[in-house]
Design a binder for this molecule. Structure first.
Ligand code: NDP
Length: 455
């Protein structure tokens, strides 16, 4: 798709970007490859210093960056500020820990030879990033890899052109060499060409299953590594000892964050049958009380969806669920105004045969299920093609932890959902993708764990 900012709050096209030509792509690969030779040999302390300067710039320009996020994809400004702060903390984390992660390790394998493991970068990487957390998703990929000494070609989502430009500008301003990080307005065909190029060593994509499968296929055909962070249909299990009103309110608010457009949003909320009616009532009240409006306004809790297509998809998923027998308690309609507006919805009565159970709903739709036993809840939770994260909510945290450990996911939480911090691993199993981002795990995906032995 051509890069274009259509403000989802107004429908107004605010900016268009010039697409890269094939010659631009060829030149960018050459530049990134040449930059690798010097960036990998730049002292790690200097790379860390540049990342710390990136973190500082993110803090200094936080409001400006947040405003662009809100304008491009509709996230409420306060949430966008939070995203920028999280991104800054990721650059800072790798600035603080990168040198330690690069330290050599001497192995004692029971013979007299010297065995050392060194961590080295692999070369030019391709990043393909989505619009839902346009700063954070790039930070997760760029920070560890720049710290390692890899160089990066980055294709952002076509609705996030200005964010893509700003990230590049900040990185270069902070001391990352111009050719070590190159933002490209490229098509998906050009992404294929880039992955096929022998100088490019790997690809990381966050986005849909289809996009993930496409880049992973090209990578595999060319014997290259890929990291995929795809969708999710996270279960959230409420146990029977919670404060119902408080938990229902928190859960509803969590589901509606970013208008429900998060891979790790709690898309299947599982509640004991004994408290089901009361829980649903509070979820509906909470959702109806959330102000839907201008993402730049202080009191807005839910903005528009990122695009009219995204909104239409979410509305039609709700309509299909109702056609298939689910109960719609509130919302779920397109709002009759320009932009990508939808009223937040609450569904119950979704059965495991319905599409709404099997598909990811990437929008402001809380789906609440009832269960009779904890075993049944775990069984429903694990009955998914996805496996990103899941959570269990209870007063008895020891019991909740036991249940959380039974979830077949990459990240299991108790009394919180989807907490993301720079030092914690992030990633899923099944169709949610593979590989890990953040912390020391994110550092290991595109590195050469090299053995050096001296007999
Ligand atoms: P996409 O997966 O289409 O977009 C994510 C990124 O991948 C964008 O940069 C996009 O480019 C690019 N892309 C798309 N197709 C290809 C391809 N064949 N080869 C290379 N790159 C590609 O997400 P959408 O915006 O279409 O959202 C659709 C669904 O994806 C959502 O409903 C949700 O289920 C899932 N999604 C998941 C996210 C997550 O955080 N895991 C984030 C965003 C979406 P372009 O923008 O130019 O199309």
């Amino acid at each position: 798709m051509a890069f274009r900012t259509e403000n989802p709050a107004t429908g107004v096209v605010e900016q268009e970007f010039t697409s890269a030509t094939d010659a631009d792509v060829t030149r960018a690969i050459e530049r990134a490859d040449a930059a690798f030779a010097s960036w990998r040999n730049t002292p790690a302390a200097d790379r860390a210093k540049a990342l710390a300067a990136v973190a500082q710039a993110f803090q200094d320009r936080g409001d400006e960056l947040a405003r662009v996020i809100s304008t491009e994809m509709g996230k409420p400004f306060k949430q966008a500020q939070g995203e920028v702060a999280l991104s800054a903390s990721i650059y800072q984390w790798y600035a603080d820990h990168g040198e330690g992660l690069l330290e050599e390790e001497t192995l004692d394998v029971g013979d007299s030879a010297k065995s050392v493991v060194v961590t080295e970068p692999v070369g030019v990487l391709m990043g393909v990033m989505p619009w839902n957390f346009p700063q954070y998703q790039v930070a997760r990929f760029a920070a560890p890899n720049l710290m390692l000494g890899n160089t990066i070609l980055l294709k952002h989502a076509s609705i996030c052109g200005r964010t893509g430009e700003l990230i590049e500008e900040i990185l270069h301003g902070a001391g990352i060499p111009e050719d070590a990080y190159i933002n490209l307005f490229v098509s998906t065909d050009q992404v294929t060409t880039i992955i096929e190029d022998p100088r490019v060593r790997g690809v990381s994509l966050t986005g849909s299953e289809g996009a993930g499968a496409a880049v992973a296929t090209t990578a595999a055909q060319n014997l290259k590594k890929s990291v995929l962070e795809l969708g999710g249909s996270d279960p959230l299990i409420v146990l029977d000892d919670v404060d119902v009103a408080k938990t229902a309110k928190t859960v509803a608010t969590t589901r509606m964050r970013n208008a429900g457009q998060a891979c790790n949003s709690p898309k299947r909320i599982l509640v004991p049958s004994g408290m089901f009616d009361e829980f649903v009532k509070v979820v509906v009240e909470t959702v109806e009380g959330m102000k839907v409006g201008d993402p730049l306004a202080e009191d807005t809790k839910i903005g528009p969806l990122s695009s009219v297509e995204g909104r239409d998809d979410a509305v039609s998923q709700v309509e299909r669920a109702v056609e298939q027998g689910a109960t719609l308690h509130t919302g779920g309609k397109s709002l009759d105004k320009d932009g990508a507006w939808m009223s937040p919805a609450v569904l119950t009565g979704v059965t495991r045969e319905m599409d709404a159970f099997k598909e990811e709903i990437f929008g402001p739709v809380a789906v609440v299920y009832s269960y009779d036993s904890v075993d049944e809840a775990v069984e429903i939770a694990n009955d998914s093609s996805f496996g990103l994260s899941g959570s269990v909510w209870a007063e008895d945290t020891a019991k909740a932890e036991e249940v959380a450990r039974r979830l077949e996911v990459g990240m299991a939480y108790v009394n919180e959902h989807g907490t993301t911090m720079p030092g914690l691993p992030f990633g899923g199993v099944r169709r949610s993708g593979y590989g890990r981002e953040l912390g020391r795990w994110g550092f290991g995906e595109f590195s050469n764990t090299k053995l050096v032995r001296v007999a």
